[in-house]
Design a binder for this molecule. Structure first.
Ligand code: NAD
Length: 554
């Protein structure tokens, strides 16, 4: 939800109003902001554009704390002209950076890693304050950036091509990776640091310039992150536009996506927007990497260790208040353990109390925006309309149920629901990713049936099987051609939510087929060429094709 509108005009004229706002900032918020030097300039706003220099004269966005409703700051985003300049500077920065030797680029990344580590807790706190996830998860996100930076440092010495055997004597073929160009990174609100980190680390190691268009509802986190990175670039006399930033709403995102100056668009966000972006980038034959919504299922077999499966599923369903792309949305329970599993799981749900995400003991933070509250309510209406049994939750928290300072926060009761068995898999209840803590339950008798349900949705991000039977594991993983989970993440005795950076991360089907982070994901951030070299005294054609020119020349 964006609060720009008339503010854009007001911002330029009423500095008193801005000063007034900053004086009213709670100690809770100002402590976090001050630690990252996020203070407004004389016009009362914070600059939201970085292309080697800080600027911003476009629309003003408000950053709103999801836990308290407090306006944290006003950020001035990119005007169309500033965006164009930032794009051109990104291209120039790329021309510079592509010639920097890869291990030297790795060294820059190492310094970025060190700078991030030095501000890990502060950056984690702003994620928590602005996005609303609990503090340990905010810090965890920064740790993820640190981890992928480590990975990128190593990668900078290992982004190797190949030598391929030629069928022709005296020939050899090289597969050569080269820097790609400008990578536009458009990111979602729920991972305001890590997703950028996954992209930046690989893109930078590959020799590209990156231009980041973050979520308009987490501008402060992106500014704080960019400041840390910019300090390293500037210290090393690297053009700042190697890691540029353009804050703005949909219009800024659209302009980045449409620009011919952007060689690859890496988009993380909803299926709806990803579908449009995929088409736009494809229509100009740019490269596109899509990381879209999930609709993730857990399957629990009779031999599962419930002492592990229950708490893990609990975290998957309610962690980050259900706002991870990998959050558990569906639970499929074998009939023989369903009662016991639900008894234990609902008991855990009942221990949850909403709290300030900055407080160390809080497990349940707020939803990110008021719009997310509407999404939650809509899902409940849907469940109720088909006569679902609500096992726990089922409503938002009223202000009177919340501590005084959280009364304007977006808090909801995580909900576990059992729709009637006759509601078909094609129903929106099963097919829709509800980006809120609403999880549905269904009972099965055979693993094959549960796998079919797991695969029977359009999305294909994360999935999890709980069992100690190796035969079920083999089937689930699709080994030997078995019809297992069709997701990009196929876990065993590990929940759906959360992943390490070492493996390539991403989903299949409507989740977009993109892969980021570890594994072979780096190969998307380079331009590949196949180079056939002839070092012989003959010039034979491939496949033995004869094109005899002797009669023509005689
Ligand atoms: P969103 O699609 O609303 O917005 C994502 C980004 O796109 C934002 O920066 C937004 O400003 C921009 N944008 C919106 N419309 C645009 C347009 N027409 N052209 C260009 N840019 C546009 O997503 P959100 O609500 O911020 O994030 C939640 C979604 O992201 C969920 O569906 C979640 O599953 C998904 N997500 C996926 C992954 C993954 O790795 N698969 C990770 C995190 C989040």
């Amino acid at each position: 939800m964006i609060y720009r509108t008339a503010l854009s005009r007001v911002a330029r004229t009423t500095n008193v109003h801005r000063g007034h706002l900053s004086r009213l900032l709670s100690t809770r918020a100002s402590t976090v902001l001050n630690a990252l030097d996020l203070t407004p300039s004389s016009n009362g706003t914070i600059s939201g554009v970085y292309d080697g220099q800080w600027g911003g004269s476009g629309d003003v966005l408000e950053s709103i704390c999801p836990a308290t409703g407090e306006v944290l700051a006003q950020v001035q985003g990119a005007s169309p002209q500033e965006l164009q300049i930032a794009l051109e500077k990104s291209q120039e920065a790329f021309e510079f950076f592509r010639a920097v030797p890869a291990p030297k680029r790795g060294d820059i990344l190492r310094q970025i890693r060190e700078a991030l580590a030095a501000k890990r807790d502060e950056l984690g706190a702003i994620v928590s304050l602005e996005m609303g996830k609990i503090r340990t998860e905010g810090v965890g996100e920064v740790q993820e950036f640190i981890d992928i930076a480590d990975y990128g440092v190593g990668l900078s010495r290992m982004m190797n091509g190949r030598v391929v055997s030629s069928e022709r004597p005296g020939h050899s073929i090289l597969e050569v990776p080269s820097p790609l160009g400008v990578v536009g990174v458009l990111s979602a609100f729920n991972f305001p640091v890590a997703v950028y980190g996954w992209n930046l680390a690989l893109s930078l190691a590959a020799g590209n310039a990156t231009l980041w268009k973050p979520s308009p509802t987490t501008p402060l986190t992106s500014i704080a992150t960019t400041k840390i990175i910019a300090s390293v670039l500037e210290k090393n006399s690297i053009p700042g536009a190697v890691a540029g930033l353009v804050i703005g709403d949909q219009d800024v995102g659209e302009a980045v996506v449409q620009s011919e100056l952007v060689d690859m668009v890496s988009f993380t966000g909803s299926e709806r927007v990803g579908r449009q972006i995929g088409k736009t980038v494809q229509s100009r034959f740019g490269k596109v990497l899509l990381e879209l919504g999930g609709n993730n299922a857990v399957i629990v077999l009779p031999d599962a260790d419930l002492s592990l499966a229950v708490p893990s599923t609990f975290f998957g369903a309610v962690g980050t208040a259900g706002q991870r792309c990998t959050s558990t949305r569906r639970i499929y329970l074998h009939r023989s353990i369903a009662h016991e599993f639900l008894h234990r799981l609902t008991a855990l749900y009942k221990t949850l109390t909403p709290g300030d995400p900055l407080e160390p003991r809080t497990l349940l933070g707020p939803l990110h925006t008021k719009n997310s509250m509407d999404i939650f309510s809509y899902a409940l209406d849907s469940l109720n309309s088909v006569g679902s049994e609500i096992l726990v939750g089922g409503s938002p928290y009223l202000g009177s149920h919340l501590p005084t300072h959280l009364r304007e926060g977006n808090f909801v009761r995580p909900t576990l629901a059992v729709p009637p068995a006759e509601v078909p898999l094609s129903h929106g209840i099963w097919q829709t990713e509800t980006f809120a803590p609403v999880t549905t339950v269904k009972i099965f008798d055979e693993l094959d049936e549960a796998i079919e349900w797991n695969n029977g949705v359009k999305q294909g991000l994360s999935s999890s099987l709980w069992t100690r039977d190796v035969r079920s594991v083999g089937k689930w993983l699709g080994l030997g051609g078995a019809k297992g989970s069709d997701c990009g993440i196929v876990n065993v005795n590990v929940g759906t939510s959360g992943a390490e950076i070492g493996a390539a991360f991403g989903g299949n089907k409507n989740t977009g087929w993109g892969r980021e982070s570890g594994g072979d994901a780096w190969k998307q951030y380079v331009r590949w060429s196949a180079a056939t070299i002839n070092f012989s005294d003959e010039a034979p054609l491939a496949q033995g094709v004869s094109f005899d020119t002797s009669s023509a020349t005689s």
